[in-house]
Design a protein around this ligand. Structure first.
Ligand code: UGA
Length: 441
């Protein structure tokens, strides 16, 4: 097989790996995807996508002829020299990134020998590429070349982010290896940042940490807006029109979640700490994010008094809309806190089946929003699924015991809701009562 005909390997078919593999196939490459999870691979062989990502199922279908799936490293390595690594790097109890899965993949590849180009998509601490290469050298493995090619894929918009990215970052130890990876992206129109491996690794962490900082910043501005009677939505608009600031990620709410921001901010703080540097700003970003979701409890108490016996409906449980991902979702903490206060908690999320869910013990999940809000003393918009904007609010009011709406994502129209007879509160939206402003709840 000459190099042009060889398929590209992708190890790990989670959100990042599967999107990467499928999009590479869409660009015209043949791709072999490997995962150790047999059920996932079996599902993919049948054309069933085991995760929810808009457009992904169709893209798998469209490119089926160029895609294959396996659980066998031997099968993968018999065909592929270029291997994208996209396994997860969850946080360890110390806050560092857990590299055990990355290490296992590298070992599997190294011990089978041969010439390989490893392209690291997984988010790994700065210095990982150099460590891996030093370890391989120490073990006498010399056929492996390493390139860092971090991902900037938002769940829910991952395909668009892969095929029309703001930039492609390629960090390599040699120009030749970097050129080879750059060539794989032929057909994608985006600036390419070519750099060293540690710099590429840092670009990934710094980008996520900066976006998380923007969110915690605007959330603190929102909290001050509540104190002084300003409206954070217009503040963000006014700020965002300044090109140096930019309008993105200035949407105040109950904080960031998901599998990336909380983990990566913590890991960068930890990485700095391990090197003897105290990253003060990130410490505050993390703390603000923790406190932000708890403010909802104060707002509920202000309106309902003691929450013991109150019935609270949560609308939206996933960490953001257009995904089925519950990792680090604000809803988990919120539901647990409310239960701890003695409230009865009901919920609806378009991605979750009715009944119960292990992450939400004691919470009743309903198939329809109207069922979830029935007899509720308050509803909280936790995740801004578009369908919540189109709710029949007259019917919602009719169904609820008390018409209190806490809009944790500032997506509803306060005037319309107040006119409809609701007591409405957003995050940093003017008009909050004195008791909440003074923090007496
Ligand atoms: C994030 C980054 O946006 C991607 O570029 C990156 O590749 C990815 O992490 C990763 O490292 O893999 P994602 O976690 O899918 O992507 O979600 P985002 O859309 O960035 O949202 C993260 C959280 O911030 C969500 O909980 C969202 O509700 C919250 N958010 C976002 C706000 O509270 N306000 C905003 O203005 C924006």
């Amino acid at each position: 097989m000459n190099e042009e005909q060889r398929p590209i390997g992708v190890v790990g078919v989670g959100y990042v790996g599967l999107v990467t593999g499928v999009c590479l196939a869409h660009l015209g490459h043949r791709v072999v995807c490997l995962d150790v999870d047999e059920a996932r691979i079996e599902a993919l062989r049948r054309g069933t996508v085991p995760i929810y990502e808009p457009g992904l199922e169709k893209l798998v279908d469209d490119n089926a002829a160029r895609l294959s799936f396996t659980t066998s490293h031997d099968e993968l390595l018999a065909q592929c020299r270029v291997l994208f690594v996209a396994v997860d790097t969850p946080p360890t109890p110390s806050g560092d990134a857990d590299l055990s899965r990355v290490r296992r993949v590298v070992d599997e590849i190294a011990h089978r020998g041969g010439r390989r180009l490893l392209v690291m998509k997984s988010t790994v601490p700065v210095g990982t590429g150099a460590h891996i290469m030093a370890d391989l050298e120490g073990d006498g493995v010399d056929g492996i070349t390493y390139v860092s090619n971090p991902e900037f894929l938002r769940e829910g918009a991952a395909i668009e982010d892969f095929l029309s990215p703001d930039r492609i970052v390629i960090g390599s130890f040699s120009d030749e290896a970097g050129d080879e990876v750059e060539a794989l992206y032929r057909g994608v129109d985006a600036p390419v940042v070519r750099t060293s491996v540690p710099t590429a690794e840092m670009i990934k962490y710094a980008s996520n940490a900066f976006l998380a900082t923007k969110i915690s910043f605007v959330n603190e501005i929102a909290n001050v807006c509540e104190e002084v009677g300003a409206d954070v939505r217009t503040v963000a608009e006014g700020m965002g029109l300044d090109h140096r600031i930019g309008a993105h990620f200035l949407h105040a709410g109950i904080g960031f979640g998901g599998s990336c921001f909380p983990k990566d901010v913590q890991a960068l703080k930890q990485l700095a700490g391990n090197s003897g540097y105290h990253f003060q700003l990130l410490t505050a970003v993390i703390e603000v994010n923790h406190l932000q979701k708890r403010r909802v409890i104060g707002k509920l108490k202000h309106h309902l008094g003691n929450l013991r016996g109150a019935r609270i409906a949560l609308l939206g449980l996933t960490f953001k809309p257009h995904t089925d991902d519950l990792r680090e979702a604000a809803s988990i903490v919120l539901a647990a806190r409310l239960r701890g206060e003695g409230a009865t908690v009901t919920a609806h999320d378009p991605m979750l089946s009715p009944g119960s869910h292990e992450l939400f013990p004691g919470v009743d999940l309903f198939a329809e929003p109207l069922e979830a809000v029935r007899d509720a003393d308050a509803l909280v918009v936790v995740t801004e699924w578009p369908e919540f904007l189109r709710l029949d609010w007259a019917a919602v009011k009719e169904a609820m015991r008390r018409p209190v709406v806490i809009d944790g994502r500032n997506v509803l129209d306060p005037d319309a809701l107040r006119e409809a007879g609701f007591t409405y509160e957003g995050v940093g939206v003017a008009g909050l009562p004195e008791a909440v402003r003074s923090g007496s709840s």
